[in-house]
Ligand binder design. Structure first.
Ligand SMILES: O=C(O)C(=O)C[C@]1(C(=O)O)C=C[C@@H](O)C=C1
Length: 390
């Protein structure tokens, strides 16, 4: 069985805090890219990657080059890219919304990073977003982010929320820590199977391995079967592990594709708690796309607020007043802040998705309004909605 487990491309694994030179195959010659930890500067509002009314990216209202989350030169009008140190005029132009699914420049296959190993749902999402891409496995979410930043790949496709399991908080946090732009979304119907090695029956199983989200999505079935859950990095990785170790007492929750790749039996299909099990993935790139008004767009932002009664109500009112529909709100702890030990509450970052393009004057007005009182504001991306059939 082990012989049937073939790796199409090796998994990217980047040591933390190291410096990596782009591979010779990189399309653009770039200087060395190093990974730095940005921080949030409070009470210094910046609208990053804002867009003018013609739909062109302006890169921020008062400071077109330096993102607010960078450590140095927050007031500096530098003409150098803050990530790479490359002069800004040498960087590629933003992609337009009509070309975001096409190869970058030279006609070769787009390289798209995803977290997990072959057979992971994220690989299917990458292939749904870019049907002819080379899907590149990464062992962790932040490695996929770094792979894009360091020009090892062209895009990353990462899960952000699931209709049953909720938000993937890690990726919300990483969106802020890194400097990538959301250029699209993909929705994928996730249909879980219970996999086991040949000859193993359901009654033989004592435990089941999978990604924590997948285990949560199959809560009812796994409880009925009385199986002990073991969390691992991804669903297909669980299947591969059970297959490679030829385990007889353990199964895996994974896709039917993983069963084929790792030579396993499918003991049960559609074991998720609800047949409508959908995961939404974000497509991330180094450059933003130019938002359009030719089709439905969504915009994702993150902001923080002064603490006080009605603060969030007031922030959300900037959208309600302009008839802008919100599709998602998520709050995350605002880290690295001087602690307010006398206070009984924490500081938060609010991630909001709304149904409008940044090319829309109405959306720009809403963000200008929000900027008047937000302590921090960043546009993560303005991109076409995934309206395809799942
Ligand atoms: O483990 C996988 O196969 C993944 O692609 C990860 C992931 C997730 O992180 O939510 C993606 C889709 C499913 O919701 C379950 C797991």
């Amino acid at each position: 069985m082990a012989a049937s487990i073939a790796a199409r491309s090796s998994v990217i694994s980047i040591p933390r805090q190291t410096t990596v030179k782009p591979s010779p195959s990189d399309r653009e010659s770039r200087s060395t890219v190093s990974f730095r930890q940005p921080y949030i500067r409070r009470r210094n509002v910046r609208l990053l990657a804002s867009f003018n009314s013609n739909g062109g990216a302006t890169g921020g209202k008062s400071d077109s080059k330096a993102p607010a989350l960078e450590i140095p030169n927050i007031e500096d009008d530098s003409t150098y890219d803050v990530v790479s140190g490359v002069p800004s005029h040498l960087l590629p132009k933003p992609l337009s919304s009509t070309q975001y699914s096409k190869p970058v420049s030279d006609g070769s296959r787009l390289r798209v990073a995803y977290q997990g190993v072959r057979g992971a749902y994220s690989e299917s999402a990458a292939e749904k977003a870019y049907p002819n891409c080379e899907a590149v496995p990464c062992d962790q979410f932040d490695v996929a982010f770094q792979a894009v930043e360091r020009w090892l790949v062209d895009r990353a496709v990462l899960p952000i929320e699931n209709s049953l399991g909720g938000s993937i908080h890690r990726n919300y946090d990483l969106l802020l820590r890194h400097r990538l732009h959301i250029v699209g979304e993909v929705k994928l119907a996730v249909r879980h199977c219970l996999l086991a090695n040949h000859g193993v029956k359901v009654e033989d199983l004592k435990r089941v391995l999978s990604h924590p989200q997948a285990l949560a999505q199959c809560e009812n079935t796994l409880t009925k079967l009385g199986l002990v859950r073991e969390a691992v990095d991804d669903t297909a990785g669980a299947a591969k592990d059970v297959a490679l170790r030829n385990l007889k007492d353990a199964g895996a929750v994974a896709s039917s594709a993983a069963a084929t790749i790792y030579g396993m039996d499918i003991l049960a299909e559609d074991i998720q708690d609800d047949c409508d099990n959908v995961t939404r993935f974000l497509i991330l790139a180094r450059e933003p796309i130019i938002p359009g008004t030719d089709r439905p767009f969504k915009t994702s932002i993150v902001f923080s607020l002064e603490w006080g009664p009605g603060a969030l109500f007031k922030a959300l009112a900037v959208f309600a007043l302009r008839q802008i529909n919100l599709t998602k709100i998520e709050s995350r702890p605002l880290r690295n802040q001087p602690s307010r030990s006398s206070d009984t509450c924490f500081d938060y970052l609010f991630y909001v998705d709304f149904e409008a393009s940044m090319a829309d004057q109405n959306a720009q007005n809403a963000l200008s309004h929000l900027k008047e009182f937000a302590t921090f504001l960043r546009v993560l991306g303005s991109y076409p909605l995934d309206t395809t059939m799942l």
